[in-house]
Design a protein around this ligand. Sequence first.
Ligand code: NAD
Length: 527
Amino acid sequence: MAVTTTHGGNGTSGNAGGAAGATGGGSGPLGEVIESLSPATGEILGTVPVMAAEEVDAAVARARQAAGTWGAMSAAERRAELASWRRALAARADDIAELIHRENGKPRVDAMLELYLALSHLHHAGNRADKALRTRRVPSGLMANLRATISYQPLGVIAVIGPWNYPLFTPMGSIAYALAAGNAVVFKPSEHTPLIGQLIGEIAREAISLPHVFQVVTGDGRTGGALARSAVDKIAFTGSAATGRKVMMAAAERLTPVLMELGGKDPMVVAEDADLDKAAEAAVYGALTNAGQACVSIERCYVVDSVYQPFLDRVVAEARQVRWGADDEAHIGAITMPRQVETIREHMEEALARGARAVVGGPEGIRGNFVPPTVLVDVTPDMKIMREETFGPVLPIARVRSVEEALAQANATTYGLASAVFGKSGVRELADRIRAGSTAINSVVSFVGVPSLPFGGLGESGFGRIHGDEGLREFCHVKATAEERFSLPINLASFKLPRGSYERVRGMIHHLFGGGAIDRLRDTLRL
Ligand code: NAD
């Protein structure tokens, strides 16, 4: 990515508004454009305008208009519109995968898999919304004369700010669920992958009959900042913790609620009774897929002493088979964001200087934006490679005395996004004790492929959930309704209480809460 200043120059990649009648292409009032560069070759793939606050506000105002109509549609009507978008995206599968491959740098097959995952969530969100958001009755407790219901209503306009590592799948986890819940969406893709954002916006404009319900605004952090300060009803942010803090500060100006999907330092634990072949293959895949640029990457691996060496032998054999480069045979491609290469190098070099060993790869193998698959051993908890998000194709493996020690080290982090455990006896309990939003048992990253599982983190990994029923409800406000079915002999919500009410209420308190009558009543009536 490069930002260059132009004077009224036009973007080469078509409509930067991207969807449903949004603003046309060309540079915005800031007079600047972003050149989207191939991380593999440096080739300019296209340019998009850096949109200023005026254009962002205009897109949000158009979205507000659309939100009224969209929110009033039935879930079945919205499902049909989203199905039309899904079919249109599927019809353009080759174009989308090719653009992800070129703009992000990942292999074509990974790009196609990313589209597959994104579409499975779009399908699930559209189909599930009716059921997950249906008005439901809840017990009315001692207020037996009331019918108590909870309903889920759309918030209005959702801002989605996305990263570059999974430029389609990651934002779709918010976009699909927000739209299916009845909201309009304004999406700002990462400045490193703006063209893929534009493309899905263009396809939406053709496939969704309601204009402006999904719009794309392009630009860098300034455009993201303008969107965070705009009059949206919620911000779904995916990116680094550092930027997440800035977004929260901007959102605080209007008390706009936020959903934070941030980074991770995801651990994997290998117990004594683990299937070592499976665990080694999974560790290598989990750490190296997408060249390690996944928030759910395995970034640390803890292996109990008794199986350490056989596990390591298998990992080394697996990792040596991983091909890296830009050709079609490569399993992992370029690092998308050039400055990330320096972070990866720094983490590796610091670990090596403090006593770690590279048994596969290492920093000296780095060539431009390509980092070799690397396995580090003899790592210690104080090294950056074990504490900070590396976001590169590196698997550091620590030897621990027991599963308890593995667990203690796995949980000794400020992050809490994802994790994996391998073993047999007690493995479920082990999974429950890892402090993270998601845990894969005897697999890695598998939870992202299950659309009904909510996804999100703890601590510096963020808060709120995308995917699943929780992901749909995240983009709703919860409406509580109490409807009177019949009048009680005494109306407690009145200034016309009869004499002696004080004593009567005190008696009820003693009887119900002090004497335990409420528990007996609850058991009898199943309240
Ligand atoms: P980033 O924080 O640099 O940028 C994310 C987005 O924020 C971009 O669109 C950027 O333009 C925008 N932005 C930058 N400054 C802004 C500001 N002041 N106000 C508003 N928006 C602003 O993150 P990145 O490098 O694109 O993504 C990598 C990070 O994302 C990693 O930490 C990774 O772990 C995390 N991530 C998390 C998830 C998840 O679901 N938890 C998924 C993918 C990536």
